[in-house]
Write a protein that binds this ligand. Sequence first.
Ligand code: SAM
Length: 290
Amino acid sequence: MLHRRKTLLDNLHNPNFCQHFFYRCLRTKSSHGYGDLCRKNKAEKYGDDEEEEGQIRLFKSIGQHLLTNPRVLDSIVRTSNIKPDDTVLEIGPGTGNLTLKLLEAAKSVVAVEIDNRMAEILRKRAAERGFEDRLNIVNGDALKTVFPKFNLVVANIPYGISSPLLAKLVYGANVSPFRSATLLLQKEFARRLLAKPVDSSVVKIYPKTEIPNVDLDEWWAFTRTCFSKKNKTLGAAFKQKRKLMELMELYKPVGLSEDSNLKWREYDSNGDGDEECDSDDGALIMASAF
Ligand SMILES: C[S@@+](CC[C@H](N)C(=O)[O-])C[C@H]1O[C@@H](n2cnc3c(N)ncnc32)[C@H](O)[C@@H]1O
């Protein structure tokens, strides 16, 4: 299992690994002409940050921004390099603007959508185009659902779950190996993921062929400890006594000597107190370090 998970690791720092593409005009107003479904119930469920777009209510709290620019949609599909025998996983298909394009190119599409209004619209649109037999709609939370088999990922993913979703794709148990993942990300997230300024928010991730010889659980604990506070450099983190003690705890099983323990303690310049944990940054660093 560990071996299989490691084959999914992405070298996101390698310039040949990630490609950046267009970023302007990625999100435009939608006008699907579908009815205003379940407005009251959804507003209660997702909070009051709804926004009317066309005739369907969108909820910013679950990242509902629909992509309607055909040029952008076509570019994403081109970038994905879909082959006729591919099964594509799309997370957050919304009303299906991208899904229908994917279905034109792929053998089949697995679409995981949390909002049953969107899932219904997608189902209807796919049936109108005769695609229903090649579309598997999973109506549920992508973070909790076990994905059916797929071999390629293409998605305009919901911003709010970008980090845990990426971690699930890369490290998740029961996640199929995939050839690449073409993801439309929030620009700020793409910048953090690649650890450099970006002028695009579409990234293409390729699974790594060489597997780093590390224990992923140890690595995860290490990165969480190092990057547990937003906007703090490693240098600043390592000056904290509490942080050093956490690292010492992590290293105990591999037999760090007492001497090095003492040396580390000498770096404790101010030893300030407790910190909040930002697992989002931890997950990102964990993914990008490979
Ligand atoms: C940025 S929109 C993209 C919609 C569509 N793919 C497009 O490009 O027009 C994100 C979609 O993800 C869905 N979504 C949000 N959170 C989700 C989750 N946890 N699991 C599955 N889908 C989710 C939203 O309902 C929304 O349809």
